[in-house]
Design a protein around this ligand. Structure first.
Ligand SMILES: Cc1cc2nc3c(=O)[nH]c(=O)nc-3n(C[C@H](O)[C@H](O)[C@H](O)COP(=O)(O)O)c2cc1C
Length: 163
């Protein structure tokens, strides 16, 4: 059984990175976890074959953009192409929004964007654990429906428990 079928659901984020020439890329990730409240740190796991991984090695900065249910189609497109071959911003028509402290843009359709600087990157099995220090954040909305991932092309939605 895949670990994604054992630990779920996981929020989907869109990770934006940039290469040395300034070309930006978007990759969905659900191997994502908050690490520290203050200062804020966030961890993602990125497979070394991803174009995102090459970008992170070249420019150690990324934005974490929380995906909502409304963004499912764009998530699917970004997750089924590589930034090596296509420009995912023009494919999806997602809107770039400039970051304040780092080179990769944020995504305007996302309710939350975290600007992160890579502080740790190490291989564990088939993914690199990448820890980012959050150096700036953009909160556009605090009420939204996060898109949750199960495994493969299966998704879930969140429901609050009334107590
Ligand atoms: C919902 C979803 C979650 C994903 N989570 C991850 C992840 O956490 N880490 C990872 O390396 N790839 C993950 N992937 C796969 C990459 O997003 C996919 O291989 C993508 O095309 C890589 O793009 P890139 O080559 O432009 O970086 C996920 C895909 C989807 C659709």
């Amino acid at each position: 059984m895949r670990i994604s079928q054992e630990i779920f659901p996981r929020p989907v984020v869109l990770v934006v990175t940039v290469d040395g020439k300034g070309k930006e890329n978007i990759m969905p990730a659900s191997f994502v976890m908050p690490v520290s409240f203050s200062p804020k740190y966030v961890a993602i796991a990125v497979a070394p074959e991803r174009h995102t991984f090459s970008n992170l090695k070249e420019v150690g900065e990324f934005t974490v953009n929380v995906a909502t249910l409304e963004m499912l189609e764009q998530v699917r497109v970004c997750g089924s192409h590589s930034g090596r071959d296509v420009d995912k911003f023009s494919m999806t028509k997602l809107t770039k929004t400039p970051s304040k402290k780092i080179r990769p843009s944020g995504i305007a359709e996302s309710p939350i964007t975290l600007e992160c600087v890579v502080v740790y990157m190490n291989l564990f099995g088939d993914h690199y654990l990448v820890v980012g220090k959050v150096v700036e954040e953009h909160v556009r909305k605090t009420t939204f429906s996060p898109l949750l991932h199960y495994t493969g092309d299966s998704y879930m939605e969140a429901r609050a428990i009334k107590s």
